[in-house]
Design a protein around this ligand. Structure first.
Ligand SMILES: Nc1nc2c(ncn2[C@@H]2O[C@H](COP(=O)(O)OP(=O)(O)O)[C@@H](O)[C@H]2O)c(=O)[nH]1
Ligand SMILES: *[C@@H]1O[C@H](CO)[C@@H](O)[C@H](O)[C@H]1NC(C)=O
Ligand SMILES: *[C@@H]1O[C@H](CO)[C@@H](O)[C@H](O)[C@H]1NC(C)=O
Ligand SMILES: [Mg+2]
Length: 435
């Protein structure tokens, strides 16, 4: 606005100067001319001044117009500036608003993110706890199942063990039964009172007497041993016949030759030669009725010998294992070792040495053989008496000469044990009943 005023002032000053310069101009010569010229010049000057005034006016108009335009422009610029400022302000506000909105959005998003994160955390925590609980539950289930399985397995093992034990016991029983059948062991059949009474009647059993049975295969020396125990020679009239082939299964009764002796002897034939099952032998021959049994073995044990030993054990009857014919076995051994009975050159010393060695061999081999057989039959060990008929007779008769004494093996112990046990079992009682 000030700009416009100064422009107008300048224009006014210029107009004043022009007017004063016009007033101070000096006057010319010819008045008419001068006047005309003056008039003309004045007119020209007036015209010039008019033109100048017109130009100044035009210039002033132009300037005014220009000023007006400038003012207009200034107004427009001001307005534009104000608009720009307003726009800028608006934009600033918009930006602020946008920023605020963005901040709010960001804040909301952050809060949402936090919330989600918290949610996820809690969810994860819940899931973890649930998983832990489930794991615990599974573990407890597994533990329970393990316990059950262990118990079931223990029970199964126990059942299997019992079954195995039973199977083993059954198998053992079967094997034992088969073994007993094979080895002639009689199933334990205890005789009835009537059976016993019948058996006693048949053998002429008398209370107060000792009833000895001598069993063994034919030719083992039963008759000879019985003769010797009765104090008889084989060739004595009252002696049992020897060396005869047995044809019957009869039990033969031999009273002792001395009526003062409470002994009765029985020859039990056929052991090991019968067609009956070995285990039947004991009961068929009614061996349970005797007070003591002598089992004579010649060279080898028979199944019947074993069956007799086993059954005698069951019935509690003392049993004596005897090997007879020691003298002839000894002679055979000596012959095997080089002894010639008709060789005059062999001196007494070397004969004695040979006999001693042969006797040692006979005794140890016989004892070993019996031991092996008993063990093989699962029977307890017991001694074997090695005897000869002649030496036995001397011992029985109490007439042991120096010559006989040299030949003694087990005869003395045999008689001592046989009669000693008998007296002991009967409480040392005595009877003079003559049969
Ligand atoms: N050298 C010897 N021969 C005997 C002995 N015992 C028996 N004998 C003989 O052996 C054979 C059979 O004897 P024996 O008593 O009849 O046996 P059994 O069939 O069991 O009654 C007979 O020839 C007897 O003389 C003995 O101790 N020594
Ligand atoms: C013993 O047996 C032998 C062989 O048979 C016989 O020669 C002898 O007479 C018997 N001895 C007695 C004492 O019977
Ligand atoms: C004893 O035996 C011997 C021969 O062996 C005989 O001579 C004697 O008479 C016997 N004595 C008795 C008491 O039997
Ligand atoms: Mg006989």
């Amino acid at each position: 606005m000030g700009g416009v005023v100064s422009v107008i002032a300048a224009i006014a000053a210029a107009v004043g100067a022009i007017l004063s310069s016009i007033r101070s101009e000096p006057a010319g010569d010819n008045p008419t001319h001068n006047a005309i010229e003056e008039a003309n010049r004045l007119q020209a000057e007036q015209q010039e001044r008019d033109r100048a005034a017109q130009a100044a006016k035009e210039e002033a108009d132009r300037l005014a117009q220009e000023a007006e335009m400038n003012a207009q422009r200034a107004r427009e610029a001001h307005a534009a500036m104000e608009a720009a400022q307003a726009e800028a302000e608006r934009m600033r506000r918009e930006i602020d608003e946008a920023r605020t909105a963005a901040q709010q959005v960001a804040e909301a998003e952050r809060r949402e993110a936090d919330r989600r994160e918290q949610e996820i955390r809690e969810e994860a925590k819940r899931a973890l706890e649930a998983a832990q609980q489930e794991a615990l539950r599974q573990k407890q289930l597994a533990d329970a199942e393990n316990r059950l399985a262990t118990e079931a397995q223990r029970a199964a093992e126990e059942a299997a063990r019992i079954a195995a034990d039973e199977a083993r016991a059954a198998q053992e029983a079967k094997v034992e039964l088969e073994r007993q059948l094979r080895e002639g062991i009689q199933p334990v059949v205890m005789p009835s009172a009537a059976d016993l009474e019948d058996a006693r009647r048949r053998i002429g059993y008398r209370d107060g007497l000792y009833h000895f049975a001598v069993a063994g295969i034919a030719g083992s020396g039963k008759s000879s041993l019985i003769n010797a125990l009765r104090g008889l020679r084989n060739k004595d009239a009252r002696a049992a016949a020897t060396g005869v082939t047995e044809t019957t299964l009869c039990v033969t009764r031999f009273p002792d030759s001395d009526p003062k002796n409470p002994f009765v002897w029985y020859d039990i034939p056929g052991a090991g030669t019968l067609q009956v099952r070995d285990w039947q032998y004991f009961n068929e021959q009614r061996l349970f009725v005797f007070d003591a049994l002598v089992v004579l073995v010649d060279n080898r044990f028979t199944m019947t010998d074993i069956a007799i030993l086993r059954n005698a054990r069951l019935f509690g009857i003392p049993c004596y294992i005897v090997r007879s014919k020691a003298d002839s076995h000894l002679l055979n051994l000596m012959r095997d070792m080089g002894y010639e009975s008709d060789d005059e050159e062999q001196d007494a010393q070397s004969r004695a040495t040979l006999e001693y060695t042969a006797r040692q061999h006979l005794v140890s081999a016989t004892r070993q053989n019996v031991r092996d057989n008993l063990r093989g039959a699962d029977l307890p060990e017991q001694r074997v008496y090695i005897v000869s008929n002649l030496t036995m007779l001397s011992v029985t008769k109490g007439n042991v000469t120096t010559k006989i004494a040299k030949k003694l093996i087990d005869e003395f112990e045999f008689l001592q044990d046989l009669l000693g046990d008998a007296y002991k079992r009967r409480g040392g009682g005595s009877s003079t009943t003559v049969v």
